[in-house]
Structures are given as C-alpha cells and as structure tokens.
Ligand binder design. Sequence first.
Ligand code: URA
Length: 247
Amino acid sequence: MNKQRLDKTVSSQGLWSRKDAKNLIRKGFVAVNGNVVRQADAYVDWDRDIVAVNGQILQLQQHCYLMLNKPKGVVSATEDPQQTTVVDLVPDELKRKGLFPAGRLDKDTTGLLILTDDGDFAHDILSPKKHVQKVYLAKVNGKITEEIVEAFRTGVNVHNEYTTLPSRLTVIAEEEDGDVGQVILREGMYHQIKRMFLSFGLKVTELHRIRMGKLELDPKLEPGQCRPLTEEELALLRTREEISFED
Ligand code: URA
C-alpha cells in the first residue's frame, strides 16, 4: 500500500504544479478508477488505483527519479545547515521523502545529476562493476598532451594513493587559456578528474557532466532546474556502452 494525496499524485508527474493539480481536480478533469474525484485531499493508493487526467492514465512510480542540471555553488548532499544542497533545489511538487543524489558532483562542478529515493538503483548506476559510464567536459589551465591522454587510457596513479581504472580522454578544443577535454569514466573517486589532471600539473577550471550511460543532460533544463525521468530515459541510464577502455 502506498497512499498519497490526489493533488500530490497528479503533480508528481512533473507536468503540473501542485496549484495546477488542485485546479484540474476541482474542475473535474481527474478520475480515480474511472470516477471523477474533485477533492484534492482525497487519498489514492499508487499500487492499486488508476488515476487519469483528462482521460490519460498516469504512471505512478513507486520510486522517484529526477534529472537535475546542477549549478555551481550547490553541494551534492541531502541536507546541510550552512549551504544549499541539490535536494533543496527540487520544487515541492516533485519532492519525496528519502530523495538523495545518486553520486556526487563537486560544489563547483555543473551538469547532469540524478536524484532518487531508490537505493538499489543508485548502487546499480554508480558501481564500477556495472560499467555505466559518466562523460564530462573538463577545461584545464594548460595543454593536454599525448602523454596525458595515454596515461588516462591505461590508468593514472593519483598521488601514489590509488591507480584509476582505464578511462578515455579526448581533446575537443584548444583555447588560449587552456584545452578542453572530454573524459569518460566508469568510476567516481573523490575529486577524480581534478586529481587525475593535477597529477600532470594541470588545474581543472570548469567541469561539467554531460552524460551517464546513454542518458544525456536535457539541454532544455536551465542550471538549477530538474524534472522526472521518463521510462525510456531510465533505461538509457542503465545502458552500458560498448566502448572498450583497454584498446
Ligand atoms: N571528478 C571531479 O574531480 N569532480 C567531480 O565533480 C566529478 C568528477
């Protein structure tokens, strides 16, 4: 049994705000098991009831999966008394108990971050064993040499603490104040990309995640905005790619 208020149920789709949902319900656009219900505070059971808005049946997911375009200056945590967290950015109508970021981006890193209340799913997409790749654009304050590209390919020894798994580095732009590289990782150690470049004396000045698995950051999401993932996108997120890191 998973009972939720009807207005919250309607707005959970990310298509309508809580206020819009209340209006739709009041005006008779919302039906539960085929009967119009006009009370926003009526309870529905997500495991059994069929809720439709204007005849369209809603997919009531047990768990919540959101795509966030993380802005700079926000920490990848659930709560923090001193700083804004990624969970603080979620609008009320999409908020769920137990929502947390699946993995971390540094405070100054931007881009694709998944928020969920599904621990097993988070483990699945983060575990290096599952090979879900994370793709970043990294701007550095100097030149990305062939030696660095090769070291990323075989594994970088980071300050004699650990050696990274093989990764992919491709130079995609050479700018006056430094090169931009695309980095593909399948693990996520603390400050990994920054520390990998630092091993070669390069500082990362901008870092942006553009993709996880085959799921790309929605270009329509402004920094700080989030929206629910569709079923298709969830599948893309779990998709491993065929790129071999070893060749
Ligand atoms: N690597 C980093 O150094 N920082 C991030 O936020 C993500 C990957």
